[in-house]
Design a protein around this ligand. Structure first.
Ligand code: IVH
Length: 687
């Protein structure tokens, strides 16, 4: 008798234990075994499958155990968000960056700004938390607010100190980049290919893949390094300048990039940029530009953040990598708002280490401008993470008979008329709710990361569920539980994964207002605008009522919407359009009936400015208007331009005119500059 039945039953027992452990770990937050025991179970499953590949196919449950790696990591909420950086591509962008800083701080042009320049490392960003000098946790960036906790894996890196050398603050978060050297990446890929395992597209993906291993022993075998470069939360003041901060990092035992340099002003920055562009190819690791950070940390604090990037730093990118290939076809992609986007299908080509098969063509004007035709040889470029772009064609290589491309008159998905409204560059499908492509894209958006973030409901699954009638509108997601048995028997599914999906859906029945608004997929309402709206309106019921009332042009509610700083007329227009469609309201109410939509706590909820409306008028001596506005908003206030009875505070600076008078007439609280500083928690100005 073969020993196969024994292996089969062992496998069944293992998967059952793993499934139960998964449930305990994710569902009830009470692990039933140690991570090491758990990892050992998974390793054994892997071993069995390696020796008996024929078991992979018939044991569906086993497949599920092997695949969703991410399910094994806990979530980690960053105390200070991990943000991104604005980009510069040329010297003029740097000049503008400096000018912006000066304008914001009210500095004169002869005031030279000092920066620290550091290579922009092309790896993945990580946050390490130390308490009393001991490493307690390490996490990936994730969406900037919440990442995956990968402490065990990070502990395997020699450049991640377990204990900080010398005196350390009570608590500190240190940010930096995990990298794999170019040579190590090539060696790893060669070994992976040899073993028939997955090869990585570039060193960054290899670093990410290596760090996100459920079995920390695999990470330990991968050559990764950590470079420290930024600060997260700190329980005490660490340094007055970024340069001094980096020195402290070094003293604690971190690797800090030796190529860093202090530069004063744009000319020195430009010289450093040129120097690094030349050094780049000879470096052991990939860099894609240089990050310039204002050295003075006091000024950094005053500048703060705009959207998701600091005002005090910029990433000056190197020019993009270019290549030549053949355009095979132009395909039309239908977005969730019906926008038809032409996409270039290319003869696959390696550009700077990444295999490129597609490029964006933006819109039909762009195609006409480039006069790009199917069969043309095209020049394309890839810069960092952005989608490759077509720069132009090589006319001498045009095949005979190539004809100009004609935009579609009908949606390729639902065959509704495709129209391009006068004055707009985008052609849209008019099918709206009947267009399956739009519906599917809307559903995909609804469950995406920044929205409902439903694990296990990926793009493909959404499309398949839609096709098979399981999902039509977002609210159907919340009755998928009724179809659990049906899902469990679908190809590629099983009881375990169906149960997991239902659990992750149930976990999202309660959702914050900002995410909810973003999930609706209204045109021009991205995450930033959704947050603005949530913060301003506070609750779902209030937002809904206000939006309906704002339908009336000239109403107070319409004016209030218009005066939310950052929400421009185009955004207001889209909101009004959305609320004018009864089917949208129906869909909204259907969702509200099955969900708990949590009220948005305004930013700085505990500040005296939270939820207040404030108007600035006249000039101030200690800060510019943009700085004052940013500060007020940071503390949860709404900054508006006009004084009304709904205004809570009016800050009247020098030469305040009619607005101050009106405020006085209405009996509002009028503050002078010193009063404003006090309210905003700023120290009194030195005189
Ligand atoms: S500073 C608040 N310094 O670039 C700013 N970032 O585009 C914190 N990066 O997510 C970032 N090298 O992963 C900083 N020397 C460097 C960097 C660097 C690479 C990455 C980082 C960040 C991204 C932003």
């Amino acid at each position: 008798m073969s020993r196969k039945p024994k292996v089969v039953s062992e496998l069944a027992a293992l998967t059952k234990r793993i499934a139960t452990a998964d449930l305990a770990y994710h569902g009830q937050d009470t692990p039933m075994m140690t991570d090491a025991e758990y990892d050992a179970l998974r390793l054994r499953v892997k071993e069995i499958l390696a020796a008996h590949p024929e078991l992979v196919a018939d044991a569906t449950a086993v497949e599920q155990v092997g695949s969703p790696a991410a399910a094994g990591f806990g979530k980690w909420r960053h105390r200070v968000p991990m943000l991104s950086l604005d980009n510069a591509f040329a010297a003029v962008d740097f000049v503008e960056f400096e000018a912006r800083i000066r304008r914001f701080l009210g500095l004169k042009t002869d005031n030279v700004l000092d920066f620290v320049a550091e290579p922009k490392l092309d790896g993945l960003s990580i946050s390490l938390t130390y308490e009393q000098g001991k490493l307690i946790a390490g996490a990936t960036r994730g969406d900037g607010f919440e990442g995956e906790e990968v402490t065990a894996n990070l502990r395997t890196l020699r450049s991640v100190p377990e204990t900080l050398t010398g005196e350390a603050p009570e608590r500190i978060e240190i940010r930096g980049e995990v990298l794999m050297a170019k040579a190590d990446f090539l060696a790893l890929n060669a070994a992976q290919a040899e073993a028939g395992d997955k090869v990585f597209a570039n060193p960054r993906n290899a670093a990410a893949g290596s760090l996100r291993q459920l079995d920390a022993r695999i990470t330990a075998g991968r050559p990764l390094s950590f470079f420290a470069y930024a600060m997260g939360e700190a329980s005490e003041e660490i340094a007055g300048t970024h340069w001094a901060y980096l020195e402290r990092l070094e003293a604690w035992g971190f690797t800090v990039n030796p190529l860093r340099r202090r530069v004063s002003g744009g000319a020195e920055a430009e010289a450093f940029q040129t120097e690094m562009a030349e050094t780049r190819a000879g470096l052991a690791y990939d860099i894609d530009g240089v990050v310039y950070k204002l050295d003075d940390i006091g000024l950094q604090r005053r500048l703060g953040f705009a959207g998701r990037a600091p005002r005090w730093a910029i990433a000056w990118k190197f020019p993009a990598e270019q290549a030549v290939t053949v355009l095979r076809d132009i395909r039309i992609q239908v977005g969730r708002t019906g926008a038809l986007t032409p996409v270039a299908e290319l003869e696959p080509i390696n550009v700077g280490g990444v295999l490129v098969t597609r490029a964006t063509l933006h819109n039909e004007d762009e195609i006409a401008r480039l006069d790009v035709r199917i069969g043309d040889t095209v020049m394309l470029q890839r810069a960092g993470d952005v989608i490759p772009q077509i720069l132009g064609i090589l006319p001498e290589r045009r095949p005979e008979g190539a004809t100009p491309w004609v935009p579609p008159e009908f949606c390729p998905q639902c065959h509704s008329v495709a129209l391009r409204p006068p004055g707009e560059v985008v052609r849209r499908c008019t099918g709206g709710l009947i267009c399956p492509a739009q519906t599917v894209e809307r559903l995909i958006h609804f469950v995406s990361r920044g929205a409902f973030d439903i694990e296990g409901l990926g793009d493909r699954t959404v499309a398949e569920f839609y096709e098979d009638g399981l999902l039509k509108t977002p609210v159907d997601i919340f009755s998928l539980a009724m179809h659990e048995a049906e899902i469990a028997v679908r190809e590629g599914w099983g009881k375990l994964s169906a149960a997991n999906l239902i659990r992750s859906i149930e976990a999202r029945r309660s959702i914050g207002l900002a995410r909810f608004i973003f999930a609706l997929g209204i045109r021009r309402i991205g995450e930033t605008n959704a947050k603005l709206l949530a913060r301003n309106y506070g609750s779902f019921a209030h937002w809904r009522a206000q939006m309906l009332a704002a339908q009336m042009v000239g109403s107070d509610e319409r004016l209030a919407l218009g005066s939310i700083l950052g929400v421009g007329p185009a955004v207001a227009e889209e909101l009004m359009e959305f609320f004018a469609e009864p089917r949208n309201i129906e869909a909204l109410d259907a969702l509200a009936a099955v969900l708990t939509i949590e009220d948005a706590a305004g930013a700085g909820a505990d500040s005296p400015l939270a939820g207040k409306t404030i108007v600035f008028t006249g000039g101030m001596a200690t800060m510019t208007r943009p700085e004052a506005k940013a500060r007020a908003e940071q503390l949860g206030a709404r900054v508006t331009d006009s004084v009304s009875k709904n205004t809570d505070f009016v800050v009247a600076g020098a030469d305040a005119g009619s607005k101050a008078k009106k405020a006085a007439a209405l009996g509002l609280t009028v503050l002078d500059e010193a009063g404003w500083r006090e309210l905003a928690g700023l120290p009194p100005a030195e005189v």
